[in-house]
Design a protein around this ligand. Structure first.
Ligand code: ADP
Ligand code: MG
Length: 816
């Protein structure tokens, strides 16, 4: 093999590795599931098989060390994973670069005068002019390796200096740009801080004058030569553009630490002032200004960015080109240009996601292969007969939809939305039974141990008489028991497995997994869900949530799921009364609790912290428990529950509460999801302003589960608590949908969903509230594209982009 053959060989080996490292980085180090393997297994294996690459001993050593670490990847925390990936990317780049330099040396004559045409989106950043080793390393730490990475590093926010006004019109606390002449200038060393120099000017225009202060930190700014250089720069009469925040100080209005630019000629051609200035999240010692300069050098390559929409599509959607949008997201010429570029970038992500959903759906429909086995017995009927209630109309409808799905050969993929307390558990149990009837296994996945335990008990109670075998697997299941469960599961002796994240583990293998039910699905990520589904072939999925997501958002995020809704609560429920209460009124609240408990009811007292903390002035569960059990309710049974108790202790507390052996349960938010004690009718939430709206609604849902009138008191120490918008929403409404809409309005989807759940980048989530209308548009456009061109044969750029960036095995199977 010649050396250039070998180089090509190595490059072909590097490229897919780099791709998967990029994907894992974009997925925030969740150990992405690839076409056939998990990310870490793929890396581990690829970095071991090096025999025919002819690498130097040094690289062999480095890569085998990496390989070993990827084998242990699951044990690393996020930061360790990030570190490992950055190191790997660095080494691969270095190796790739060394090959390029070798080959460049050979063809050096041809390339000599075309330095810049050598650059493309995929070029290493070290090839950019003036990017030295130190700078390159700093960029690498931010995950920026090539020009494409750099262009995709969007600003965190912007400073808008386009607001140009005369000095007389400046108002404190706003951002402005002023053009003015220097009247007086002086610079001195701070007497209080030996590291600080302070520069002061007075500047004026035809309307008035104003003071400008700038601070310089660091010894070198205290030298005589620095002072002299500044004095010669800022001579009286010099024309300046000053951009920044105006504050009101003892000396009147002042520009404090603004951007200052000296205007050489008389036109307004400034560099930064007077513009919209991007601010990036950068590591220390990487100044924003130098980063902008770097960005300016590479933005020309944005025009090479693959364009997935043709002119006609862009016109009909009123979207700018991809290249333009990338330039304007970094250096917007106007606010409108910024808005338009965000619109285009958000659209692209939504559009790609919708295309993926559509392809995935098609793929599933194409391979009608859900397992169809003879029915074992009529478990469902028996179960519904023994259940003490009649199903609500809504529950019946939803169950019909599910039955219908399950009688189809296509696997079910359904999202069940139902407000807190609407009775989703029974639907989960019924669905699992339909699958068990067909001799398949079911898994019920829940986010907390406490909830897993509760579901497990319920299932035992109703299903053991039907001879259905149920087991519970959590992180705290003893080793011996775990082994037994894993072996029985493999042999098909277990029908239904309930559990927490422990079920995801690779060791947990089903003999024939037919259905996965995910309770409180907003607590899990898309990838976790897929991981579990992949333990069976074309497994049915029922995903349940009490945090209803408005339809538009649901479309963008769960476009691949059908949606069912339970729209009513079981009969006889009396709406919960919610009140915002000041902490001064605690004593009268305690009186109310006392009355309720005396008449046989139970109460929750919820706190944001387990223990008192010096940093935060919040109430803690332990302190409050002491106070309540010893002083206020000394004649009642008070219990304490929090996340630091071990499994057995938790179970004991919850069981006692269930049996009404504990009257008042002091707890942290560990009871937030799912806990069902119908006799509890009163809840007090301390520091309620600290919780999210949907979270408060979930917490409140622990009461009002029986037919007795229930109360929820939202305590707040916040002086404006009574005006607190969020709390008022809760006081006003018991409707989970309305509350979710408001939560979305007040906090934005980024906060509510986060990357893990949605699979959308933070950038999109942050900008979604202003671009909601794009969701429908993206969906329509995706439907149009896929129905006209099902294999994307004439949408090559789109096709390549999907194959390139996709960790979704459906896409690969479909398009390859
Ligand atoms: P969630 O939807 O919040 O998970 P659960 O499934 O825990 O709600 O149900 C809440 C309570 O309502 C439970 O005590 C359950 O037994 C009861 N329940 C469920 N369905 C009905 C029904 N059709 N009629 C009366 N009570 C019901
Ligand atoms: Mg529930």
């Amino acid at each position: 093999m010649t050396s250039s053959d070998n180089n090509k060989f190595i490059k072909d080996w590097i490229r897919p590795l780099q791709k998967s490292l990029t994907i894992e980085t974009e997925n925030k180090y969740i150990n992405t599931l690839g076409i056939k393997k998990y990310f870490n297994d793929y890396l581990h294996e690829s970095l071991t098989r090096l025999d025919n690459l002819n690498l130097s001993d040094e690289y062999l050593r480095i890569f085998s060390e990496f390989s070993r670490k990827y084998n242990e990847y699951n044990k690393l925390d996020v930061n360790q994973r990030k570190r490992l990936i950055i190191d790997t990317r660095k080494s691969l780049y270095k190796l790739g670069r060394s090959l390029e330099i070798e080959s460049n040396n050979i063809s050096h004559v041809v390339l000599l005068n075309k330095t810049d045409s050598r650059l493309s989106l995929d070029s290493d950043i070290s090839l950019i002019k003036n990017v030295g080793k130190v700078y390159k390393n700093k960029l690498n730490e931010l995950g920026i390796f090539n020009i494409k990475d750099l262009i995709n590093y969007f600003p965190r926010t912007y400073l808008d200096y386009t607001n140009r006004v005369k000095i007389i019109n400046l108002r404190p606390d706003n951002l402005y740009t002023c053009i003015a002449n220097i009247k007086r200038f002086y610079i001195h060393k701070s007497t209080k801080n030996s590291n600080l120099s302070i520069m002061n000017f007075v500047v004026s225009d035809e309307t008035s004058s104003i003071k400008v202060t700038k601070f310089f930190f660091g010894r070198r700014f205290r030298s005589y030569s620095f002072f002299a250089s500044q004095k010669s720069l800022y001579t009286p009469g010099t024309k300046l553009a000053i951009s920044g925040k105006v504050k009101s100080t003892d000396y009147g209005k002042t520009f404090v630490d603004p951007q200052i630019e000296i205007l050489k000629d008389n036109n307004d051609n400034f560099n930064f002032s007077g513009k919209i200035l991007p601010l990036y999240s950068l590591a220390e010692a990487l100044p924003n200004m130098s980063f902008i300069k770097l960005m300016k050098k590479v933005l020309i390559y944005a025009k090479q960015y693959p364009e997935i929409l043709n002119q006609k599509q862009r016109d009909s959607l009123s979207l700018m080109s991809k290249g333009e949008s990338l330039i304007n997201i970094h250096l917007p010429s106007t606010q409108q240009a910024l808005i338009d570029s965000k619109k285009r970038l958000v659209f692209d992500e939504l559009f790609l996601l919708q295309i993926k959903f559509l392809l995935r759906k098609k793929k599933i429909n194409k391979n009608l292969i859900a397992k169809q086995l003879p029915q074992k017995k009529s478990l469902l009927k028996e179960f519904l007969n023994t259940f003490p209630f009649k199903l609500t109309k809504s529950q019946v409808n939803v169950l019909d939809e599910i039955k219908n799905d399950l009688s189809n050969p296509t696997p079910m993929a359904r999202l069940l939305q139902g407000d807190v307390g609407s009775g989703k558990t029974i639907i989960a149990m019924a669905s699992l039974l339909i699958v068990v009837e067909k001799n398949l296994q079911g898994a019920l996945m829940v986010p907390t141990e406490v909830l897993a335990e509760q579901h497990y008990k319920n299932l035992l109670k109703y299903l053991n008489p039907l001879l259905v075998s149920v087991e519970l697997l959590t992180g705290n299941t003893p080793q011996k028991k775990r082994k037994e469960i894993i072996s029985n599961l493999k042999n098909g002796l277990i029908d239904i497995l309930v559990g927490t994240h422990a079920i995801f583990e690779d060791k947990v293998i089903f003999s024939s997994l037919g259905m996965v039910v995910i309770d409180e699905q907003h607590r899990f990520g898309v990838n976790q869900r897929n991981r579990l589904l992949n333990k069976g072939d074309n497994t049915n999925l029922l995903s349940m949530t009490a945090t209803p997501i408005p339809r538009t958002l649901a479309l963008s995020i769960y476009g691949d799921l059908d949606v069912s809704q339970i729209t009513e609560l079981p009969p006889g429920r009396v709406p919960i009364t919610t009140k915002i209460v000041s902490e001064d009124d605690l004593n009268s609240l305690f009186k109310i609790i006392d009355d309720q408990v005396t008449s046989g009811r139970q109460a929750y007292v919820i706190l944001p912290l387990i223990e008192d903390s010096e940093k935060m002035n919040l109430s803690s569960a332990k302190k409050t428990f002491e106070y309540l059990s010893e002083e206020v309710f000394y004649d009642k049974k008070v219990g304490l529950l929090h996340g630091k108790l071990n499994t057995q202790e938790k179970n004991e507390v919850i069981n006692s509460f269930l049996k009404n052996e504990i009257n008042i349960l002091v707890s942290t938010t560990v009871i937030e999801v799912g806990i069902d004690v119908p006799n509890a009718t009163i809840m007090i939430i301390y520091n309620s302003e600290r919780f999210g709206l949907s979270q408060l609604h979930q917490l409140r849902g622990r009461v009002g589960r029986g037919s007795t009138k229930s109360f929820c008191y939202l305590l707040t120490s916040d002086k404006n608590g009574l005006e607190n918008k969020r709390l008022c929403v809760l006081q006003k409404s018991n409707d989970g949908f309305y509350i979710a809409e408001k939560d979305l309005e007040l906090r934005g989807p980024g906060q509510i969903l986060g990357y893990r759940q949605s699979g959308l980048p933070d950038f999109v989530l942050e900008n979604l509230p202003n671009n909601k209308f794009l969701i429908e548009k993206a969906r329509e456009e995706a439907i149009e594209v896929v129905s006209n061109d099902p294999d994307l044969k004439s949408n090559i750029v789109l096709r390549n982009m999907l194959i390139d960036n996709s960790d979704n095995k459906f896409i690969h199977d479909f398009l390859n």
